[in-house]
Design a protein around this ligand. Structure first.
Ligand SMILES: *Cc1c(COP(=O)(O)O)cnc(C)c1O
Length: 356
């Protein structure tokens, strides 16, 4: 069990009065978790302190070469008033997979989860209560050595911040338009695509701006070598329902292994659906669409859980998926996963973790 010093704020902030105006990632709670790493000493000085700016030397390595890792999960306020996390052990494991790739020291999984629980407990009153709202949790590690040489840092900060966030869907699931990107690529095998790190997002911005300018909300990436095979969407994994089967790109090293992705695969299998993790080419999608077999397309991620895709654009072709609305399977998965998260649906998988 990690030993955490707790220093509470003497000037708590007013909590947002109107939970319908929370949006995402703009409001932060009263406290944050901070822990230092020093080579030779390991992780030390775990503490929960008042939320506020941190001071870093302009030469801190993270600013120059991007040695950083982040995670994202949520705490949900159940109808029973309890705070719940969704599979936080998976975030701990993935954090360490990212850490390993980025030469950041490992964080004991138990400490990672305990730190989240302790911070959520301290700021529990910040978990919003309106339907669909949640407390977004952002753990991250940054390299802090004051040095302009290219090498792994010898010192790090592990920080967790919390952001009360509004309902992703104000009025039920809403389909989005997606732009299949054929110019830029996000990641290649052997690179950092499977790590949750800022660099992948820096690489994505130009395509996102282009897609937005054309009225599409997200980019769907193709593989970095042949630009033929489907990878994933901005901050979501992607699923297709083709002729009754659920198909999603296999984890190949350049795709982020989403926890929602893993949950959706397990859930569909538990319902007796056929699920295939494999390569899917754009051509296969175009053909399935022409044959009337592309039944549903949806993204999966912590933010939206399920994001139904109504429209897919590839070069000069625009495919309308189904009737452009929300597929039956998409809706069923959404209802089940969010039900487990909010504690209103039975959880046979043991995914939901109450914060005591
Ligand atoms: C975080 C993330 C996802 C979704 O992962 P979840 O664990 O389901 O939230 C998908 N793709 C990218 C690039 C991501 O950063």
């Amino acid at each position: 069990m990690i030993d955490i010093r707790i220093e509470k704020t003497t000037s708590p902030k007013a909590k947002p009065a109107d939970e319908s105006k929370l949006g995402f990632g703009k409001v932060f709670t009263d406290h944050m978790f901070v822990m230092n790493y020093t080579e030779g000493r390991g992780w030390h000085d775990a503490r929960i302190v008042p939320y506020g700016p941190i001071s870093l030397d302009p030469s801190a390595m993270v600013f120059h070469y991007g040695q950083e890792m982040f995670e994202g999960l949520k705490a949900y306020r159940g109808k029973d008033g309890k705070a719940r996390l969704f599979r936080p052990d998976m975030n701990a494991k993935r954090a360490n997979a990212s850490n390993e790739r980025l030469c950041i020291p490992q964080i004991p999984e138990e400490d990672f989860v305990d730190a989240i629980k302790a911070l959520v407990k301290v700021d529990e009153d910040w978990i919003p209560t309106a339907e669909g709202t949640s407390l977004y949790i952002r753990p991250f590690v940054i390299a802090t050595d004051e040095f302009l040489g290219v090498a792994p840092s010898k010192t790090y900060l592990f920080i967790i911040i919390l952001a009360p966030s509004g309902a992703y869907y104000a009025s039920g699931l809403a389909p989005v338009g997606i732009w299949i990107e054929d110019e830029y690529v996000r990641a290649v095998k052997g690179g950092i695509g499977y790590a949750k790190t800022g660099g992948n997002y820096a690489a994505s911005l130009a395509a996102q701006v282009k897609a937005h300018d054309d009225g599409y909300s997200q980019v769907l990436w193709l593989d970095g070598v042949e630009r033929k095979y489907i990878e994933e969407v901005g901050a979501m994994n992607i699923f297709f329902k083709i002729d009754g089967k659920i198909v999603t790109p296999m984890l190949n090293g350049s795709i982020l292994p989403g926890i929602t992705r893993n949950s959706v695969i397990n859930l569909c299998k538990s319902w007796g659906m056929e699920v295939e993790e494999r390569k899917i080419s754009v051509d296969e999608l175009l053909e399935a669409q022409k044959a009337g077999k592309l039944e549903e397309v949806f993204g999966t991620g912590t933010a939206a859980v399920i994001s139904p895709v109504g429209k897919l654009r590839y070069k000069d072709e625009v495919m309308t998926i189904g009737d452009g609305g929300i597929g039956k399977t998409s809706q069923k998965i959404y209802d089940t996963v969010t039900g487990i998260q909010w504690g209103t649906v039975e959880d046979p998988f043991g995914w939901s973790v109450v914060v005591e």
